[in-house]
Every structure is written in structure tokens, then in C-alpha cells.
Design a protein around this ligand. Sequence first.
Ligand code: 6CS
Ligand code: FE
Length: 311
Amino acid sequence: MSVQTPTRPITGPAPAIQDPYPTRLAKKPDMPWLNRREKVVKGEAADGPLSQQQLDEFEQRGFLFEPGFLDQREVEELTVHLHELLARDEFRGRDFSVTEPGSEEIRSLFAVHFLSERFNQLARDPRLTGRARQILGGDVYVHQSRINYKPGFHGKGFNWHSDFETWHAEDGMPSMHAVSASIVLTDNHHFNGPLMLIPGSHKVFVPCLGATPDDHHKQSLKTQEFGVPGNDVLQTLIERGGIEAPTGKAGGLILFDCNTLHGSNANMSPDPRSNVFFVYNRRDNVCDRPYAARRRRPSFLAHGPGETWTP
Ligand code: 6CS
Ligand code: FE
């Protein structure tokens, strides 16, 4: 007769590492959100290009829009590089080149600071790294980069989400010490699917429902279904903070906190909408093991400090 011994005790002490931001839950939590633990702005006005007023705005709203960050000449030059990258046949069908659901049109091209010397130079531009250091209060590296491209009439949107929720759950980013810099390379108006943000939403962490499926990024980068907050909590946060969609001429910069809820609509206008986007993470906040997924995502989505990457 054999006696079955359980391989793991059914009850026992809680795991030693407590996740401060549990997400991808099996059931709806009692509270719709947790308060953010980290400060938002960790540097000083004296440390860089942003004024105290700009830092205060970022602190309160979770983003800052700077129209005319790049001049027209620089925008035109970067646009040439962007189109060159999008036209590269050898990138077609590769995992870092994400197409729209149901078509072959490119939606996002990741790791652009490794694919192009010009975008590498832009990622390291002190106008950007200075702002990121100032907000994060320490040395930074590029955690992720990408181009988003929404062709006229065809470009689809992005559901509401916090990037930090995904990076924490799927890439193992421990804390909210990252900031995104999105430079708009086309004129942005209300009809070509501009970035929409919920002011103030960065101050709370909204746990999301549903275990992360394996290889989730293959689906989520086209249409995200896991890691999106429920409608009730979105409604409350939008009633409190509203929705903003910065618009204006090409060359504008949107800096937004890693936890600010954002999304965008489809492009229903004839005009394409494209932007280039760098995520700066503080060097002491490197990603380790994912908090709510079985495996880390591929490195084109989450680079380490000092790491290089080739297609
Ligand atoms: O999965 C990610 O890492 C990303 N997804 C979205 C929709 N936004 C930011 C980031 O590129
Ligand atoms: Fe995002």
C-alpha cells in the first residue's frame, strides 16, 4: 500500500516576498485600488531642464505636454528615418514588428534605439535623459523603445491601461520609477487617435483581473484584454480626473508617469499618426522575475541597463 504525501503543504507561512502591487487576480479585490507607495517626482528643479512649475504639474497630473519640443527641421529628419525603418522588408514577420489585428500593416516597431543610429542618438539626447533623471531622481537607462504608427483610416486604438501594471506583472519591474517620453512626429488632432490620459490616475494602482496567459504579448500588443482595469474603476477615475488628449503640431513631447492610465482611439481620419516612444527606468529599479506571469517577455520589450540587442 502506498501513502500519498503532498508535495507542498496546503497551509503555511505566506511567501517571504510580499508583492506591493498584486495584479492579474483570480477574483475582484475588496478595494478597487491601492495607493501608490513611491513619490512621483524624485528630483529637483535645480537638477535639469524642467521648471518647478512643470515638475509640480507632472506630480499632480501624471504627465506633462511640451508643444514644440522639436523644431520642424528635426521632425522632418526623424520622419525620414521612421519611414526607412517601417519599410525594411527584413523586419516583416519578426516578433519586434507588431502588425494590426487582422492585417499586415505595422502597428508598432520595438527596440528602435537598437535598430537605428539616429533613434539611438535621440534616446540618449540630454534634453530627454535630463528630464527623465530629473523626474526619477537618479541615473536612468532605456527600458523599452518603439515607434507607434497609425495609418490614416486603418490604425486601431489601445485600450485603457497602466504600463507599470504590465511591466510589473510581465517583466518584473519592482517599483514606479519609470517615465515614458512620447514624441509626436505627425500633427495630432482629435480624429487621428491621439494619446488620451486620465489626469491623477498615476497615484493609485489598479489591480487587474485574470491570470496572464503564456505568451500574452503576442495578443496584448495587438489588442490588450488582460491587464486592463474594469469599467467601474475607470469610470470613478475619469469622474475624478477627466480625460485629456494633448493635440498640436508635430514635434510635441508628452512625458508621462509609468502608472498613468492611458489609451487611444482608432485613426478615423485620412492623416497618419506616428510617434516615437522611449521608456526610461531608474538604474536601481531593474527588472527581475515577473510578478504575475510564468516567464519573462522577450528582451525587445524589456532591455536591461547596459544591455545591447540585435534583431
Ligand atoms: O506591453 C508593453 O510593454 C506596452 N504596451 C502598451 C499598450 N503600452 C506600453 C508598452 O509599450
Ligand atoms: Fe501604454
